[in-house]
Write a protein that binds this ligand. Structure first.
Ligand SMILES: [Zn+2]
Length: 492
């Protein structure tokens, strides 16, 4: 794909450049696309560009297509003039309306031509968003229809307009993977993972992660991925770490309409807030009661602006974390905001091998901050390396303590990684900051590391010198390894 270039990776998250030729702009990803409803412009596109630095937005071409008020204007003026926005504009096709109402009055060639004619920069065919409640048979049948729509779209003359290739398949990872593989093969340009909104609304973040991971397996590394309908800042870090590049937010406006206030830890109702835990211009200038005192329209706009500030700030925080190589630390932080987010993070770690393929081998210091840290890709990578270590000694001490002359060699032993030669102690990830009281999974992961090294060196005698490891971790050690509990020794 010559329109998308990845500059930095962290886990499967990346900073990329999406070139949008028709708009003549390059959008840095991860990027947020605020949703513009042409009939309800809570915050105008012009204000999004000027006050929030929006480089791209999304609007629904099907609403314009059916609008007596805007259809002709969109065709004669073009979207960019109609919206007074100079960045990139993505358009949706009416698939959402199709899913809601069961029928729409356009097909893919017609709506794609309309999107081209109104000056859309990234258009969408009519795919079938299959509900997460769908049976496998329904999901397969509807995926066939989506795939036909994508093939049709690939044959439509769309000029230099980019075209989305949505990936469906409900909650069936194998269907999502197959759908992604097919979508990538069509030669279309951007890959929205579709119909995840019902999952996100139900806090089913673990399934969202499994679906994204499945889609990523079917796509090339150069495919820009859009998590369609994901606009809550709480889950951006998680979704970005799974490999999503684009997010769209209707939430900033929809929530504002209901007096709901977004934070990176969740959603609050304005009536429940005694303080505004935010430093954006709106929250600096107002108290909750001051906001509540405004009339409906003004209050909605102020809340929408706060919601946008929080949302854009989180996108920037995710990008900074990718650049610094501590995205997973940010994910761990966000995972504590809600048990369902913890599930999402645990699901992400189920795909640690997949993340490991793009995770940099050198980055900023690994912070071991939770039990889940023990399952991060860097730990698995170290264990894989231990499988290949040929130890050239008869007796080796693997220890959390100091060197000992009774052994031919002394190696360091550090949860959650396990053993490593002293010469590596200044290299990533072994420079990790680990609490003095590691979690049980961290000890167990270290024992797994010992097991891997011992298995690779059957003729070497190993002794583990540890400080009071729990029995569950000691049980993970191979039987032939001697153990010394250094905390029971004098001066230990
Ligand atoms: Zn604020």
């Amino acid at each position: 794909m010559d329109h998308f270039e990845v500059r930095d990776y962290d886990a499967a998250g990346r900073i990329g450049e999406l070139r949008v030729p028709r708009a003549g702009v390059t959008v840095e990803t991860p990027a947020l696309l605020p949703v513009i409803n042409p009939h309800l412009r809570t915050v105008t596109p012009r204000a999004l560009e000027r006050d929030f630095g929006a480089e791209i937005l999304i609007t629904n071409s099907y609403i314009l297509y059916n609008s007596d008020k805007y259809r002709e204007r969109a065709l004669s003026e073009g979207l960019h003039d109609l919206y007074d926005f100079s960045g990139a504009i993505m358009t949706d096709s009416g698939s959402f309306q199709l899913a809601e109402y069961g029928d729409i009055d356009v097909d893919t060639p017609e709506i794609l031509s309309f999107q081209r004619d109104i000056g859309s920069d990234i258009a969408t065919p009519v795919d079938i968003p299959t509900s997460p409640t769908a049976s496998r048979e329904q999901a397969e049948r509807e995926l066939d229809e989506t795939q036909t729509a994508l093939e049709t779209a690939a044959g439509v003359d769309t000029g230099d307009m980019l075209v989305n290739a949505p990936i469906q398949g409900a909650t069936y990872p194998d269907l999502r993977e197959r759908a992604a593989d097919h979508a990538y093969g069509t030669g279309l340009d951007v890959f929205p993972v579709g119909a995840v909104v019902p999952l996100l609304n139900d806090y089913r973040y673990a399934e969202m992660v499994d679906i994204v991971a499945a889609a990523k397996r079917g796509l090339g590394a150069d495919a820009p991925v859009h998590l369609f309908g994901a606009g809550h800042p709480m889950m951006f870090a998680l979704a970005a770490a799974a490999g999503c590049d684009l997010f769209d937010s209707a939430a900033y406006a929809l929530y504002a309409r209901d007096d709901r206030y977004l934070t990176v830890r969740g959603t609050e109702h304005l009536a429940d807030l005694e303080y505004l835990p935010c430093s954006c211009p709106i929250c600096t200038d107002h108290t909750p009661s001051g906001l509540a005192a405004h009339g409906d329209d003004r209050r909605e706009e102020l809340l929408a602006r706060h919601n946008l500030h929080v949302t854009y700030a989180e996108i920037r925080r995710v990008k900074q974390a990718i650049r610094q190589g501590n995205l997973l630390e940010l994910v761990e932080e966000r995972a504590r905001a809600h048990p369902a987010m913890t599930d999402g993070y645990r699901a992400l770690l189920d795909h640690a091998e997949q993340l490991e393929r793009t995770d940099p081998t050198r980055k900023s210091t690994f912070f071991h901050v939770s039990a889940e840290s023990a399952r991060r890709p860097a730990v698995g990578r170290h264990h894989d390396r231990l499988d290949r270590f040929a130890v050239d000694a008869d007796t080796v001490l693997l220890t959390e303590g100091g060197n000992n002359d009774r052994f031919d060699e002394t190696w360091r032993l550090k949860p959650p990684f396990g053993p490593f030669p002293r010469g590596l102690s200044k290299t990533y990830p072994l420079t990790a900051q680990v609490p003095n009281r590691p979690s049980r999974p961290a000890y167990e992961a270290a024992a797994e590391g010992v097991d891997r090294l011992v298995a690779a060196n059957p003729d070497v005698e190993f002794t583990v010198g540890h400080f009071g490891w729990p029995a569950s971790a000691l049980d993970h050690l191979p039987e032939r390894v001697d153990r010394i509990d250094l905390s029971e020794e004098d001066g230990g």
